[in-house]
Design a protein around this ligand. Structure first.
Ligand code: ADP
Ligand code: MG
Length: 238
């Protein structure tokens, strides 16, 4: 399960309110994209959901239970970082195993999950290599593998492809979409790239200055943008 509800959630850093109170529901199994220009609060919103930042007011619920004060590791969510967050001195296998080791999962179960993740991500032949011996795309797959083995209620991605070149980005987009098809797990994906949002999302959340301008399917936003900002950002002719 992975239904996430934000109820009047706000965030201030000191005196600066970067996210005024907002409501948002992410349905179980949905691929939701937070999109908007740089500095609009996408990462902050994702970090609030992950528990990496405390909310200033409001409530976060995960599958109905109040998660507002639950520490990140106990929320059952997995954040996928950019591939440079891998441990360079560890093999792919050890990088993927790391979160399970921290969670005290036994060796046989670790191996089972690593094999399944490696198969899903085409990494089976690379488990004994170190990140430095992999391509950018393979490294990004390892970062995703590290999230998969936690069997999370939801995956949280913060611009995971921004340090890949354009051609690789297209391929990885497709791989992440396919992974979602296969796992049917809730995914929240942050990007400032409209094309990424339009091609990957079930539901797009358009943000501007910490405010949700519109929530809808790619087609909704394209055909019925609620204002000029959304129309301009999404590239709608209206
Ligand atoms: P985005 O991910 O959409 O580019 P962010 O969520 O990173 O935007 O930032 C939203 C706003 O919050 C920005 O104005 C940024 O400067 C501010 N901000 C983010 N993190 C902090 C922080 N730790 N302390 C103070 N201000 C922050
Ligand atoms: Mg960001």
């Amino acid at each position: 399960m992975g239904r996430i509800t934000l109820d009047k959630v706000s965030k201030s850093f000191g005196d600066v309110e970067v996210i005024p109170p907002l409501d948002l529901t992410i349905e179980d199994g949905e691929f939701t994209v937070f999109v908007g220009p740089s500095g609009c609060g996408k990462s902050t919103l994702l970090r609030l959901i992950a528990g990496l930042e405390d909310i200033t007011s409001g409530q976060i619920r995960i599958d109905g239970a109040d998660a507002t004060n639950v520490p990140p590791a106990k929320r059952g969510l997995a954040m996928v970082f950019q591939s440079y967050a891998l441990y360079p001195h560890m093999t792919v296998r050890k990088n993927i195993a790391f979160p399970m080791k921290m969670a005290g999962i036994d060796q046989a179960e670790q191996d089972r999950r690593i094999d399944a993740a490696a198969k899903a991500l085409n990494l089976t032949d690379y488990l004994d290599r170190r990140p430095g011996q992999l391509s950018g795309g393979q490294r990004q797959r390892v970062a995703i593998g590290r999230a998969i083995v936690r069997e999370p209620a939801a995956f949280l991605f913060d611009e995971p492809l921004s340090n890949l070149d354009a051609a690789l980005r297209v391929g990885m987009r497709l791989e992440i979409s396919e992974l979602h098809e296969r796992l049917k797990t809730t995914m929240i994906y942050v990007t400032h790239d409209q094309v990424e949002a339009m091609t990957m999302a079930d539901k797009i959340v358009v943000l501007q200055a910490g405010v949700i301008e519109q929530v809808g399917s790619p087609l909704d936003l394209y055909e019925r943008p609620c204002n000029k900002f959304v129309a301009g950002f999404i590239g709608s002719p209206k």
